[in-house]
Design a protein around this ligand. Structure first.
Ligand code: AMP
Ligand code: MG
Length: 284
Protein backbone atom coordinates (compact mmCIF):
# COMPACT_ATOMS: atom_id res chain seq x y z
CA UNK A 1 0.00 0.00 0.00
CA UNK A 2 1.32 3.42 -0.86
CA UNK A 3 1.48 5.67 2.17
CA UNK A 4 -0.02 9.13 2.03
CA UNK A 5 0.47 12.67 3.27
CA UNK A 6 -0.82 13.69 6.67
CA UNK A 7 -1.17 17.15 5.15
CA UNK A 8 -0.74 17.73 1.40
CA UNK A 9 2.19 19.96 0.40
CA UNK A 10 -0.18 22.44 -1.24
CA UNK A 11 -1.32 23.22 2.28
CA UNK A 12 1.68 22.42 4.46
CA UNK A 13 4.13 24.57 2.55
CA UNK A 14 2.03 27.34 1.17
CA UNK A 15 3.36 30.77 2.05
CA UNK A 16 0.76 32.91 3.77
CA UNK A 17 1.01 36.39 5.32
CA UNK A 18 3.36 36.38 8.32
CA UNK A 19 5.43 33.49 6.94
CA UNK A 20 8.92 33.38 8.47
CA UNK A 21 11.57 31.68 6.36
CA UNK A 22 14.05 31.62 9.25
CA UNK A 23 11.62 29.45 11.21
CA UNK A 24 11.57 26.68 8.60
CA UNK A 25 13.78 23.70 9.43
CA UNK A 26 15.38 22.75 6.11
CA UNK A 27 15.84 19.15 7.26
CA UNK A 28 12.19 18.66 8.21
CA UNK A 29 9.68 16.69 6.15
CA UNK A 30 6.35 18.41 6.88
CA UNK A 31 3.28 16.35 6.11
CA UNK A 32 5.27 13.16 5.48
CA UNK A 33 5.90 10.86 8.43
CA UNK A 34 6.78 7.63 6.66
CA UNK A 35 10.45 8.11 5.84
CA UNK A 36 12.45 7.71 2.70
CA UNK A 37 11.61 4.37 1.10
CA UNK A 38 7.87 4.93 1.38
CA UNK A 39 8.44 8.35 -0.16
CA UNK A 40 10.17 6.77 -3.12
CA UNK A 41 7.26 4.38 -3.72
CA UNK A 42 4.83 7.25 -3.40
CA UNK A 43 6.78 9.36 -5.89
CA UNK A 44 6.70 6.49 -8.35
CA UNK A 45 2.93 6.16 -7.96
CA UNK A 46 2.51 9.93 -8.33
CA UNK A 47 4.72 9.78 -11.40
CA UNK A 48 2.37 7.32 -13.05
CA UNK A 49 -0.61 9.53 -12.35
CA UNK A 50 1.28 12.60 -13.49
CA UNK A 51 2.21 10.90 -16.72
CA UNK A 52 -1.46 10.10 -17.33
CA UNK A 53 -2.85 13.58 -16.67
CA UNK A 54 0.05 15.13 -18.53
CA UNK A 55 -0.90 13.17 -21.65
CA UNK A 56 -4.39 14.56 -21.36
CA UNK A 57 -2.95 18.06 -21.02
CA UNK A 58 -0.77 17.49 -24.07
CA UNK A 59 -3.76 16.25 -26.09
CA UNK A 60 -5.63 19.37 -25.00
CA UNK A 61 -2.80 21.53 -26.33
CA UNK A 62 -2.58 19.63 -29.59
CA UNK A 63 -6.25 20.29 -30.20
CA UNK A 64 -5.91 24.03 -29.70
CA UNK A 65 -6.35 24.26 -25.91
CA UNK A 66 -4.55 27.02 -24.04
CA UNK A 67 -4.25 25.61 -20.52
CA UNK A 68 -0.73 25.03 -19.23
CA UNK A 69 1.22 24.60 -15.99
CA UNK A 70 4.33 26.54 -15.07
CA UNK A 71 6.67 25.32 -12.33
CA UNK A 72 8.99 28.07 -11.10
CA UNK A 73 11.99 26.68 -9.20
CA UNK A 74 14.12 28.90 -7.03
CA UNK A 75 16.68 28.13 -4.38
CA UNK A 76 20.27 28.76 -3.34
CA UNK A 77 23.03 27.01 -5.33
CA UNK A 78 22.98 23.22 -4.81
CA UNK A 79 19.37 23.34 -3.55
CA UNK A 80 18.49 20.56 -5.99
CA UNK A 81 16.68 22.27 -8.85
CA UNK A 82 18.34 20.04 -11.43
CA UNK A 83 17.41 16.92 -9.46
CA UNK A 84 13.77 17.97 -9.44
CA UNK A 85 13.85 18.32 -13.19
CA UNK A 86 15.43 14.85 -13.61
CA UNK A 87 13.44 12.97 -11.00
CA UNK A 88 10.03 14.65 -11.14
CA UNK A 89 9.63 15.93 -14.69
CA UNK A 90 11.70 12.97 -15.87
CA UNK A 91 8.65 10.83 -15.16
CA UNK A 92 6.58 12.33 -17.96
CA UNK A 93 6.81 12.40 -21.75
CA UNK A 94 9.60 14.89 -22.58
CA UNK A 95 7.50 16.19 -25.49
CA UNK A 96 5.12 17.71 -23.00
CA UNK A 97 7.75 19.49 -20.92
CA UNK A 98 9.27 22.84 -21.77
CA UNK A 99 12.35 23.48 -19.65
CA UNK A 100 14.19 26.77 -19.42
CA UNK A 101 17.22 27.58 -17.30
CA UNK A 102 17.86 31.24 -16.66
CA UNK A 103 21.47 32.26 -16.18
CA UNK A 104 23.27 35.57 -16.21
CA UNK A 105 21.46 37.61 -18.90
CA UNK A 106 23.22 37.81 -22.24
CA UNK A 107 24.01 41.15 -23.79
CA UNK A 108 20.84 40.98 -25.87
CA UNK A 109 18.76 40.09 -22.80
CA UNK A 110 20.29 42.91 -20.82
CA UNK A 111 19.30 45.40 -23.47
CA UNK A 112 15.61 44.57 -23.07
CA UNK A 113 13.08 44.54 -20.22
CA UNK A 114 13.95 41.83 -17.66
CA UNK A 115 10.57 40.13 -18.18
CA UNK A 116 11.05 39.82 -21.92
CA UNK A 117 13.14 36.63 -21.82
CA UNK A 118 10.63 35.20 -19.35
CA UNK A 119 7.67 35.94 -21.64
CA UNK A 120 9.46 34.25 -24.51
CA UNK A 121 9.88 31.10 -22.43
CA UNK A 122 6.30 30.76 -21.17
CA UNK A 123 4.83 27.31 -21.83
CA UNK A 124 2.62 26.89 -24.87
CA UNK A 125 -0.89 25.45 -24.40
CA UNK A 126 -0.76 21.82 -23.30
CA UNK A 127 2.76 21.99 -21.84
CA UNK A 128 4.28 21.82 -18.42
CA UNK A 129 6.82 24.62 -18.36
CA UNK A 130 9.68 24.49 -15.89
CA UNK A 131 11.81 27.48 -14.99
CA UNK A 132 15.14 26.61 -13.40
CA UNK A 133 15.58 30.10 -11.90
CA UNK A 134 13.33 32.79 -13.23
CA UNK A 135 12.31 36.45 -13.12
CA UNK A 136 12.84 36.19 -9.35
CA UNK A 137 16.59 36.41 -9.91
CA UNK A 138 15.87 40.02 -10.82
CA UNK A 139 14.95 40.67 -7.19
CA UNK A 140 17.38 38.13 -5.65
CA UNK A 141 20.89 38.06 -7.11
CA UNK A 142 20.25 41.52 -8.54
CA UNK A 143 19.18 42.95 -5.18
CA UNK A 144 21.88 41.21 -3.13
CA UNK A 145 24.67 42.30 -5.46
CA UNK A 146 23.18 45.72 -6.20
CA UNK A 147 23.38 45.03 -9.92
CA UNK A 148 20.86 47.83 -10.34
CA UNK A 149 19.95 50.53 -7.80
CA UNK A 150 17.10 50.03 -5.32
CA UNK A 151 14.83 52.43 -7.24
CA UNK A 152 15.02 50.00 -10.13
CA UNK A 153 14.44 46.67 -8.34
CA UNK A 154 11.97 47.95 -5.74
CA UNK A 155 9.00 48.33 -8.14
CA UNK A 156 9.65 44.88 -9.60
CA UNK A 157 7.68 42.98 -6.95
CA UNK A 158 4.44 44.67 -7.98
CA UNK A 159 5.35 44.36 -11.62
CA UNK A 160 5.98 40.63 -11.19
CA UNK A 161 2.60 40.18 -9.48
CA UNK A 162 0.86 41.93 -12.35
CA UNK A 163 2.80 39.89 -14.90
CA UNK A 164 1.89 36.61 -13.18
CA UNK A 165 -1.75 37.73 -13.03
CA UNK A 166 -1.66 38.06 -16.81
CA UNK A 167 -0.11 34.61 -17.19
CA UNK A 168 -2.73 33.04 -14.92
CA UNK A 169 -5.54 34.84 -16.76
CA UNK A 170 -4.27 33.35 -20.01
CA UNK A 171 -4.94 29.86 -18.60
CA UNK A 172 -1.65 28.84 -16.99
CA UNK A 173 -1.48 27.50 -13.43
CA UNK A 174 1.70 28.78 -11.77
CA UNK A 175 3.41 26.66 -9.11
CA UNK A 176 6.18 28.55 -7.35
CA UNK A 177 8.63 26.57 -5.28
CA UNK A 178 11.56 27.70 -3.18
CA UNK A 179 13.80 24.76 -2.38
CA UNK A 180 15.06 25.60 1.07
CA UNK A 181 18.41 24.19 2.17
CA UNK A 182 20.48 24.93 5.26
CA UNK A 183 23.87 26.55 5.17
CA UNK A 184 25.55 23.38 6.47
CA UNK A 185 23.90 21.24 3.82
CA UNK A 186 24.99 23.66 1.12
CA UNK A 187 28.57 23.46 2.38
CA UNK A 188 28.47 19.67 2.27
CA UNK A 189 27.09 19.70 -1.29
CA UNK A 190 29.69 22.22 -2.49
CA UNK A 191 32.44 20.16 -0.83
CA UNK A 192 31.23 17.10 -2.63
CA UNK A 193 31.58 18.94 -5.91
CA UNK A 194 35.20 19.61 -4.98
CA UNK A 195 35.91 16.06 -3.86
CA UNK A 196 34.47 14.20 -6.85
CA UNK A 197 35.93 14.61 -10.32
CA UNK A 198 32.54 13.67 -11.78
CA UNK A 199 31.10 16.73 -10.00
CA UNK A 200 33.76 19.35 -10.83
CA UNK A 201 31.69 20.47 -13.80
CA UNK A 202 28.95 21.57 -11.42
CA UNK A 203 31.28 23.67 -9.30
CA UNK A 204 31.51 27.36 -9.88
CA UNK A 205 33.98 29.33 -7.74
CA UNK A 206 31.41 32.15 -7.71
CA UNK A 207 29.09 29.94 -5.67
CA UNK A 208 31.52 30.26 -2.75
CA UNK A 209 31.32 34.06 -2.98
CA UNK A 210 27.52 33.98 -3.13
CA UNK A 211 27.45 31.62 -0.15
CA UNK A 212 29.25 34.26 1.93
CA UNK A 213 26.21 36.52 1.42
CA UNK A 214 23.81 33.99 2.96
CA UNK A 215 22.00 36.43 5.30
CA UNK A 216 21.45 38.93 2.49
CA UNK A 217 20.02 36.16 0.30
CA UNK A 218 17.70 34.95 3.05
CA UNK A 219 16.50 38.52 3.49
CA UNK A 220 15.93 38.87 -0.25
CA UNK A 221 14.03 35.55 -0.32
CA UNK A 222 11.92 36.66 2.64
CA UNK A 223 11.01 39.83 0.72
CA UNK A 224 10.02 37.73 -2.30
CA UNK A 225 7.82 35.53 -0.13
CA UNK A 226 6.27 38.52 1.65
CA UNK A 227 5.53 40.45 -1.50
CA UNK A 228 4.84 37.96 -4.25
CA UNK A 229 2.97 35.08 -2.62
CA UNK A 230 -0.41 35.99 -4.09
CA UNK A 231 -3.74 34.21 -4.31
CA UNK A 232 -3.24 33.70 -8.04
CA UNK A 233 0.37 32.51 -7.74
CA UNK A 234 1.30 31.46 -4.21
CA UNK A 235 4.79 30.41 -3.11
CA UNK A 236 5.62 27.09 -1.51
CA UNK A 237 8.72 26.71 0.62
CA UNK A 238 9.90 23.11 0.43
CA UNK A 239 12.54 21.95 2.91
CA UNK A 240 15.22 20.45 0.70
CA UNK A 241 18.04 19.08 2.86
CA UNK A 242 16.47 15.68 2.17
CA UNK A 243 16.44 15.38 -1.58
CA UNK A 244 13.90 12.57 -1.50
CA UNK A 245 11.50 14.74 0.43
CA UNK A 246 11.86 17.74 -1.88
CA UNK A 247 11.23 15.55 -4.92
CA UNK A 248 8.18 13.96 -3.36
CA UNK A 249 6.74 17.34 -2.35
CA UNK A 250 7.36 19.07 -5.67
CA UNK A 251 6.00 16.02 -7.51
CA UNK A 252 2.82 16.30 -5.45
CA UNK A 253 2.51 20.03 -6.15
CA UNK A 254 2.91 19.56 -9.90
CA UNK A 255 0.50 16.63 -9.93
CA UNK A 256 -2.11 18.67 -8.05
CA UNK A 257 -1.66 21.55 -10.49
CA UNK A 258 -2.19 19.40 -13.58
CA UNK A 259 -5.12 17.62 -11.94
CA UNK A 260 -6.69 20.95 -11.04
CA UNK A 261 -7.16 21.63 -14.75
CA UNK A 262 -9.60 18.73 -14.74
CA UNK A 263 -9.22 18.06 -18.44
CA UNK A 264 -11.12 15.45 -20.40
CA UNK A 265 -9.78 13.79 -23.51
CA UNK A 266 -10.50 16.05 -26.47
CA UNK A 267 -13.58 14.93 -28.41
CA UNK A 268 -13.13 13.68 -31.97
CA UNK A 269 -13.38 16.43 -34.57
CA UNK A 270 -14.38 13.79 -37.15
CA UNK A 271 -17.20 11.29 -37.50
CA UNK A 272 -15.92 8.22 -35.64
CA UNK A 273 -18.41 5.81 -37.17
CA UNK A 274 -17.87 7.05 -40.70
CA UNK A 275 -14.09 6.87 -40.33
CA UNK A 276 -14.28 3.34 -38.93
CA UNK A 277 -16.44 2.28 -41.86
CA UNK A 278 -14.04 3.89 -44.30
CA UNK A 279 -11.06 2.13 -42.73
CA UNK A 280 -12.81 -1.24 -42.65
CA UNK A 281 -13.83 -0.83 -46.29
CA UNK A 282 -10.19 -0.86 -47.36
CA UNK A 283 -9.35 -4.34 -48.66
CA UNK A 284 -5.79 -4.49 -47.17
P1 AMP B 1 23.19 28.02 -12.50
O1 AMP B 1 21.77 28.00 -12.07
O2 AMP B 1 24.10 27.28 -11.59
O3 AMP B 1 23.36 27.64 -13.94
O4 AMP B 1 23.70 29.52 -12.40
C1 AMP B 1 23.07 30.55 -13.07
C2 AMP B 1 23.60 31.86 -12.53
O5 AMP B 1 22.97 32.90 -13.23
C3 AMP B 1 23.31 32.06 -11.05
O6 AMP B 1 24.45 32.49 -10.39
C4 AMP B 1 22.25 33.16 -11.07
O7 AMP B 1 22.27 33.97 -9.94
C5 AMP B 1 22.60 33.92 -12.32
N1 AMP B 1 21.46 34.69 -12.82
C6 AMP B 1 20.26 34.21 -13.21
N2 AMP B 1 19.43 35.21 -13.55
C7 AMP B 1 20.12 36.36 -13.37
C8 AMP B 1 19.82 37.73 -13.54
N3 AMP B 1 18.61 38.13 -13.97
N4 AMP B 1 20.77 38.64 -13.28
C9 AMP B 1 22.00 38.22 -12.85
N5 AMP B 1 22.35 36.95 -12.66
C10 AMP B 1 21.42 36.02 -12.92
MG1 MG C 1 25.32 26.71 -10.13
Amino acid sequence: MTKSWSMPPGKAQRVRPGFDLAAVDASSTPGWEHGRSSAESKLEADGNRLSEVQERLYAHGRTGGSRAVLLVLQGMDTAGKGGIVRHVLGMVDPQGVQLHSFGVPTERERSQHYLQRIREALPAGGRIGVFDRSHYEDVLVVRVNELVPREVWEPRYDEINAFEREVVDSGTVIVKVMLHISQQEQKARLRERLERPDKYWKFNPKDVDERAKWPAYQEAYQAVLDRTSTEHAPWHVVPADSKWYARLAVGALVLAAVESLDLDWPPADFDVEAETARLDAQPF
